[in-house]
Design a protein around this ligand. Sequence first.
Ligand SMILES: [Zn+2]
Length: 493
Amino acid sequence: MAYVRGRMLVWAILAGALGLSCRGAPGTPLADYDITPGDMRARISFLASDRLQGRGTPSRGLDIAASYVESEFRRLGLESPAGGYTQRYQLVRTEMGSGWSLALQRGNQRATLDHRTDFWGLPWAAGTVEGRLRFVGTDAGGVIESDEPTIWVARLTTNMMPREWQRAASAAGAVGLLLVTAPDMLEPQARHWLSEGETVYELGDLEVSLPAALVSEEALSAAMQQIGLEVPPADPHDGGIAAGARLRLSADLRVETLSAPNVLGILQGSDRRLRKEYVLVSAHLDALGVGYPVDDDSIYNGADDNASGVAAVLEVAEAMMAAGRPPKRSLAFLAVSGEELGLLGSAWFVEHPPIPLDKIVANLNIDMVGRNWEDTIAVIGKPYSSLGMLVDSVTAAHPDLGLATVDDPWPADGFFFGSDHFNFARKGIPAVFFFNGVHEDYHRPSDEVSKIKFEKASRIARLIYEVARTVANADDPPHWDPEARSRIVEGAR
Ligand SMILES: [Zn+2]
C-alpha cells in the first residue's frame, strides 16, 4: 500500500506542478455540458507531459497515468468493480539472447547452422531441446506423436500462422519447432516478430510454448545433405521421420513477468432493469514511451494518440456525474494499456472481464481526437451496427457542435482492426471508434500537447457524451448488421 500511496503522491506533485486543479468533491453539481477546451487542455497537458515519459507499457509513467485516472474516477464518484478500479494484467517480456544454436547429427556426421544467417530464433520459449526430425509439410492435420522426443519441421505458408503451428506442435507433444521459409524471407519474417529493441511483450495467460526457430530452406537442405539425408525429405504423410537423424536447438531468451494496468469506473444506471447493462466508453492510456530520438527528442508523448481520448473519457464521465439523474443503463469508463503493443490490455480485459461481457451493449472507443479536421470526425465501424445510425442522428440533433460524422475514409488501412474496440467487437459487442486520422506526428516524439486543437477535441467529447447518453437511454440495445457480424464476430472464432 505504501507503494500505491507513493505513486499517488507523485502524481499529485506532478499535477500541482502542471497547474492541474481538482474541481470540487464527488457529486458537486456542474452545468450540463461542462466539457470545455480548458478541461481538455489540463488533462492532455498532464498525461502527455514529458514527466510521464510517454506512458510506455509497462512503465512508471504509465502507472502514474493510471493512478491519475483512478483518482479522477474516485473523485467523480464512479464506483469500482469488485476487484477495484485498477486491473493489473500479466505481461511477459522476452528479450533475445545471443547464445542460440541449431545442429543436425546423423551417426558421427554433424552440421551446424548459424544464427542470424541460416536461422533466426523465435521469442517463444527458452531452453535446449533435442529429438528426431519430423517433416510435417504445410498442414498439421493427422500428425500423431510417438513417445520419442520429436522436433517438427514445418513449411511456413499463409495456410497456417506461426502461432497455429506452435499450438499444433505443442498439442501433439513435439518438443521443438522449425518453421522453414525462403532464404530471402528469413530476416523480414523474423523481424516481424521482434520489435526494434528485439524485445517482445505478450500476455501472461498464453498456453504452453516451445523453443522454435525460423530456418532458411536453403541452409536446412545444405545441412541435411552434409549429414547424408535425403532432400527433399520423406513425404510427410509417410510419417515424415528423418531416419537416424537428430536435431538440437538451443533457444537463448531472457524472460521476465511484469504487469500493467487497465482502469475501470462505473456509473450505475437509473433503471432497475436496464442498469444491469453497460455502455462502455474506452480509450487507451499508453503511448510509445521513450525511444529513438527524432530531432533530439526521445519522449513519444502521445498527446493526440491517445491522451486526447483519455481526456475525453474523463470529461464524459465528469459531465455524466454532473448531469444529475443517470441514464437508464449503466456506463463503464475504461482506460486500457498495452494498446501500442498489440491491443494487449483490452485483450486481457475481454478474457478477464471485471463486469459481465455479455451485458456490455455497446463500445464507444476514442483514439486520437485532437488533430486534423475542425468540423469532422471519422466514426470507424459505423456501417457495422445500428450504432452508426444512432451516431448520425445524435450528430444531426446537435448542430451546435459543428461536427459531421463520416464513415471510414481510409478503408484500405484497416483501422477497424487497429484499436481496442476490435477486441470488444470480436466478442460480439457492437462498437464504433472515434478517430481523426493519422498525421505527420503520429507515433513520433513530436505528437506534442502544443499541437492539440483543444476546442475541437472538447466538441468531440461532447458529441460522445450525447451518444453515450442516447445509447444508455434507448429502449433497445444496438444490434449488428448481420453481414458485419458474421465477418467480425463469427470470423474471429
Ligand atoms: Zn492510439
